[in-house]
Write a protein that binds this ligand. Structure first.
Ligand code: OSB
Ligand code: MG
Length: 368
């Protein structure tokens, strides 16, 4: 596979409503898009780094530098036989998975378009329809949260995740459970607690949540294992799972019973597949997390979610929950059953709206 050029773009695009987690609020996204061109086809990827280094160490600007100075030069220097073969050429770069993962994803889209196959099929996916959930941020009031949940339940989503933090947890979940006793419900703390909060976190068991996501520090495994011992609610790890090694270690010590796989956080499709397989062998179910992606990242998440061990609804939801107008056509839509039908045309299966991307672009650079 001969790469002619790679274009890096930053687009800026406002969310339809602010998204608040325990580490802060986002109202406007700064998203890096990667376009790979060669042999008459193009492939697109999205870097899922946030605007701030508060979820992990990366942000939009660090990802730009890593891609420009390290990942892209290495890739252009290495003969490539497949998208899967690109991962070793990023191996020397420690961390910065969202940067390299966005580039790797573009290569997969490119390879699948070159070979005329849908991306999900090239990845080894088996599902034609994926189950969808929503992630709802911290709100100004519990009433506001309940209103949002009503809307998503009416839309058919198969589970609801709410964001929690100290001061926005037990009382909020109490009210949600009062109104929605049989809703498939979960909570995500984004690392806002410590093991000293164990007794408090045990109060969450009474809400029979599907899982509690990343209650403790973003880089912790051992305390999660201790907490899991004390909790009935299954722990799901997000931030802490960065490599197949951390996934193995987490499962070996019982730090979680469920794993959230994010394409960016683990550095692309090949690594995601490896973690997926390792979880499957350990009988640990996985689901696909979200990072407020544009349509391009979303399309990759949809393809990833077709792998067999993605048995739980992911944070992969309709474009219109995020954007007034997405950068793909058609936009990602959810059926009344709370599923997304996986597109079957070559690549990730959506058209990229170049005109819309041009309008939103604030900087771009082409390599070599
Ligand atoms: O922890 O899953 C998370 C968004 C930004 C950063 C971290 C997370 C999230 C979400 C949103 O939960 C998921 C989505 O709807 O894209
Ligand atoms: Mg999370």
């Amino acid at each position: 596979m001969i790469i002619e050029r790679i274009t890096l773009r930053e687009i800026q695009i406002p969310l339809v409503s602010a998204f608040e987690t325990s580490f802060g609020a986002t109202i406007r996204r700064r998203i890096l898009l990667v376009e790979v061109l060669g042999e008459g086809a193009v492939g697109w990827g999205e870097v899922t780094a946030g605007e701030t280094p508060f979820y992990n160490e990366e942000n939009t600007d660090t990802a730009w530098i890593i891609l420009k100075d390290f990942a892209i030069p290495r890739l252009l220097d290495t003969p490539l036989i497949s998208a899967a073969a690109a991962t070793p050429c990023f191996q020397q770069i420690r961390g910065h998975h969202m940067a390299t993962g966005g580039l790797e994803a573009a290569l997969w889209d490119w390879e699948s378009r070159l070979s005329g196959r849908p991306l999900f099929d090239l990845l080894g996916g088996t599902r034609r329809e994926i189950p969808c959930g929503v992630s709802i941020g911290i709100q100004k009031s519990v009433e506001e949260l309940l209103r949002k949940i009503r809307v998503e339940v009416a839309a058919g989503y198969q589970r609801v995740k709410i964001k929690i933090k100290p001061g926005w947890d037990v009382d909020v979940l109490e009210r949600v459970r009062q109104e929605f006793p049989s809703l498939r419900l979960m909570a995500d703390a984004n690392g806002a607690y410590t093991l000293a909060d164990q007794e408090h976190l045990k109060l969450l068991d009474r809400f029979y949540l599907m899982m509690l996501e990343q209650p403790l520090a973003y880089d912790d495994l051992l305390d999660h294992a201790r907490l899991q011992q004390a909790l009935e609610t299954p722990i799901c790890l997000d931030e802490s799972i960065r490599t197949v090694r951390t996934a193995e270690q987490a499962m070996a010590i019982g730090a979680c019973r469920i794993v959230n796989i994010k394409l960016g956080r683990v550095g692309g499709h090949r690594n995601a597949r490896q973690i997926h397989d390792c979880c499957q062998e350990a009988n640990v179910p996985v689901w696909c997390g979200g990072m407020l992606e544009s349509g391009i990242g979303r399309a990759h998440n949809i393809a990833l979610s077709t792998l067999p061990n993605f048995v739980l609804p992911g944070d992969v939801s309709a474009s219109k929950r995020y954007w007034q107008q997405d950068i793909i056509t058609p936009e990602a839509e959810v059926t009344p059953q709370g599923t997304i039908l996986v597109p079957e045309s070559p690549g990730f299966g959506y058209k990229v709206n170049r005109e819309r991307i041009e309008q939103l672009t604030v900087r771009q650079e082409t390599f070599p």
